[in-house]
Design a binder for this molecule. Structure first.
Ligand SMILES: Nc1ncnc2c1ncn2[C@@H]1O[C@H](COP(=O)(O)OP(=O)(O)OP(=O)(O)O)[C@@H](O)[C@H]1O
Ligand SMILES: Nc1ccn([C@@H]2O[C@H](COP(=O)(O)O)[C@@H](O)[C@H]2O)c(=O)n1
Length: 230
């Protein structure tokens, strides 16, 4: 069966990785969560004092350190998805904290950071057979992708889902803080100069505000079948 490239972009916490990882498992494709890469750079910067007190990034210092940041993925059989490693350390949990979420968008707006991440992502998708989710996959990383999906849902619905997830995991969660973070990231991600978050002209939009996970998975599978068979 022919292999294609599948790009899933959209706003924060709208269900991109839920759909992408399930699809990749079903059709035997590689799954790459590009947000995890920007989060890993952010964690590195936080640990190495590369943020100023006002939350801005010490850009020159980070530039010098970029060659010391090694991000890799290793499949976790139990979780059914790849875990993210930063310089050999599994950071899958550490990169998902609200603290990292609150620092990541300024890092992701820096051109040299994006250039480094995009080059790695393009390398990972060289042979197709990949499902990649993020903000600029259909516009910048793989503009020739055979299937591009742009996912949306209201900010309140997204924050509620994230809140429920954290509560279920027994982690501290405040709905208003999560909603604020989701809205702020959407704004910064959509307004940065390099590769702003936007729907590619040939992407299909999916508003999943009122869809179940099973419904969105079925919808995505139908889109893939059309591309593979067509
Ligand atoms: N259709 C849905 N209905 C209810 N909950 C959903 C739906 N889709 C995803 N979720 C839940 O919403 C939360 C966010 O989903 P997910 O992590 O997939 O979003 P994301 O877009 O990848 O987020 P991020 O931008 O942070 O990477 C998860 O708890 C997930 O289980
Ligand atoms: N292709 C991408 C992916 C992510 N980002 C930035 O990383 C942040 C975290 O991403 P999540 O998918 O884990 O929410 C996100 O808010 C963006 O700032 C990006 O720029 N490009």
């Amino acid at each position: 069966m022919k292999k294609i490239t599948i790009a899933i972009d959209g706003f924060s916490s709208c269900g991109k990785s839920t759909m992408a990882k399930e699809l990749a498992k079903k059709i035997g494709y590689i799954y790459v969560d590009t947000g995890a890469m920007y989060r890993s750079v952010t964690l590195f910067a936080m640990r190495h004092g590369l943020f100023n007190a006002d939350g801005s990034v010490k850009t020159d210092a980070l530039k010098q350190q970029m060659s010391n940041i090694d991000i890799t993925f290793k499949f976790n059989e139990k979780a059914g998805r790849p875990d993210t490693y930063l310089n050999g350390e599994c950071v899958e949990e550490a990169i998902r904290t609200l603290d990292v979420s609150n620092h990541v968008s300024p890092i992701a707006a820096i051109p040299f950071v994006r250039a480094a991440m995009v080059a790695r992502q393009q390398g990972m998708g060289r042979n197709k057979g990949i499902v990649m989710d993020g903000r600029d996959i259909g516009t910048t990383v793989f503009p020739e992708a055979e299937l591009k999906v742009f996912v949306t849902a209201s900010a309140e619905v997204r924050a509620r889902r994230r809140y429920d997830e954290l509560k279920e995991k027994g982690m501290p969660a405040d709905f208003d803080d999560i909603l604020k973070n989701v809205q702020e990231r959407d704004y910064i991600d959509s307004h940065r100069e390099v590769s702003p978050l936007r729907k590619a002209a040939d992407a299909i939009e999916l508003d999943n505000s009122h869809m179940t996970i099973a419904e969105q998975n079925d919808w995505l599978m139908r889109q893939v079948e059309q591309r593979i068979e067509g």
